[in-house]
Design a protein around this ligand. Structure first.
Ligand SMILES: *Cc1c(COP(=O)(O)O)cnc(C)c1O
Length: 337
């Protein structure tokens, strides 16, 4: 029996249909610019998001880093959420490799960054300070969807202050499916967008960076420098194309499963579950039961992860079937009751 792996939506295996698409992919050397499948994926993504151009890279960490390095120079600053992936989980790449200073601040409960607080963090034009250049948002962020009204306000704010706006849209399609806002509408508020194909979309490897033509041209140089120039990467791009064609709408199933899981868990005495908007469930269990839960579930072939704030994080994805949710709720009930 395969484990019920709720640690992340990165754990999915390529489906049979995806493997077939990979097997059939036309290949070339993408560093020479002649892999037709990579080109097709990049064109398709640019079209879907309504951006001028796209770049295929090995990971979302790399696409976010390429965005930072392209938008910002040495001595520039970007403003970012304290719990944002770009700031917290990417090894400080912007600072290490780009000499770019991060200015983090706490996110609001809805995942947004309060624009009045952001404004107070923009540095004056004075040689004591780093030059504030960029604001990074994340959507979804910890499973939460940024409101359309907020995106509009953020764009206006950015234009008023002459800054740039990057979206870490690792799970942008969860936001699309969860809110009904078209992906091109979300993207239209940003100068650049990073999208993961290897999360809920189910591709084995790969992310996309989108922006205008000049931005992507500069980004390509950084990608090469970072070691992200790949050769017959059409093999991976084929999985990405398959994912964009077949795995976007089905994210709704993951959202239903996450809601079922939240409902089941919140019926157990002592368990509190954060409101679920997409495919991520964050649950608090009684303090006394915290320490052993990951091990206990692991013995039952249910894999969970500790999140910050003493919560347990569970992420649904295409390898989690509805029946599995019942198994997980039963296991929690057995552990806690
Ligand atoms: C997963 C993720 C990324 C990128 O991660 P990689 O593992 O490097 O592809 C970026 N941002 C968020 C919010 C993520 O969840």
């Amino acid at each position: 029996m395969q484990a019920i792996d709720l640690r992340s939506d990165t754990v999915t295996r390529p489906t049979a249909g995806m493997c077939k698409a990979m097997d059939a992919a036309a290949l070339g050397d993408d560093v020479f610019g002649d892999d037709p499948t990579v080109k097709r994926l990049e064109a398709m993504a640019a079209e879907m998001l309504g951006m001028e151009a796209a770049l295929f890279a090995p990971s979302g960490t790399q696409t976010n880093l390429i965005a930072l390095l392209t938008h910002c120079g040495r001595g520039d600053e970007y403003i970012v959420g304290q719990q944002a992936h770009t700031y917290l989980f990417e090894g400080g790449g912007g600072a290490v490799l780009g000499g770019i200073q991060p200015q983090p601040l706490d996110q609001e409960p809805d995942g947004s960054l309060d624009l009045a607080r952001v404004e107070a963090l923009i540095k004056p034009d004075d040689y004591h300070f780093a030059r504030t250049r960029l604001l990074c948002l994340e959507n979804t962020t910890w499973g939460k969807i940024l409101r359309l009204e907020y995106l509009k306000q953020a764009r206006k704010f950015i234009d008023d202050h002459g800054l740039l706006l990057h979206l870490d849209g690792a799970r942008i399609f969860n936001a699309v499916v969860g809110s009904g806002i078209p992906v091109a509408e979300i993207a239209s508020y940003f100068d650049s967008v990073s999208v993961c194909l290897s999360k809920g979309l189910g591709a084995p490897v790969g992310s996309l960076l989108l922006g205008d033509k000049d931005f992507i041209k500069q980004g390509k140089r950084w990608r090469k420098m970072l070691g992200g120039g790949m050769r017959q990467s059409g093999l991976l791009a084929a999985a990405g194309i398959y994912a964009l064609e077949n795995h976007v709408d089905r994210l709704a199933e993951d959202h239903v499963n996450a809601s079922l899981l939240a409902k089941g868990l919140s019926a157990i005495a002592g368990v509190a579950v954060d409101p679920v908007q997409t495919n991520m469930v964050l649950a608090s269990i009684p303090e006394a039961s915290r320490a052993g839960v990951v091990e206990y579930m692991g013995e039952k072939d249910i894999l969970l992860m500790d999140a910050s704030g003493g919560k347990i994080r569970m992420v649904t994805h295409l390898d989690i079937e509805e029946g599995a949710i019942e198994t997980v709720v039963d296991a929690f009930t057995g552990y806690l009751c």
